[in-house]
Design a protein around this ligand. Structure first.
Ligand SMILES: [Cu+2]
Length: 96
């Protein structure tokens, strides 16, 4: 079981948050989800042997939104490699 935070795009209001949360929490393998509109992110606790971030993203996209499959560094307790990937993601955001 892992707990990771992912960037979610296109959410505009509380209804969007509810849609995204429903789409994610109905998935097999997802134990808990907390969607945050202010930070445009979703903190997801899931069983990595049952579901992958790519599968979670599919459900989010199907609901009309978008999600990054690379976990954000703040909630990630992973290797240095994961942190590098997150920095790349933030760099992309800042470069926009
Ligand atoms: Cu909305």
């Amino acid at each position: 079981m892992v707990k990771q935070s992912f960037a979610v795009k296109n959410m505009m209001c509380a209804m969007c948050v509810a849609h995204v949360r429903k789409a994610i929490e109905s998935l097999e393998g997802v134990k808990d989800v907390n969607v945050n509109l202010a930070s445009n992110s979703a903190l997801i606790e899931y069983d990595e042997s049952k579901i992958s971030p790519a599968k979670i993203k599919e459900a989010v996209v199907a609901a009309g939104y978008d999600m990054d499959t690379t976990p954000l560094s703040a909630a990630s307790d992973n290797s240095e490699d994961e942190k590098k990937k997150s920095r790349g993601f933030l760099g992309k955001l800042l470069g926009r």
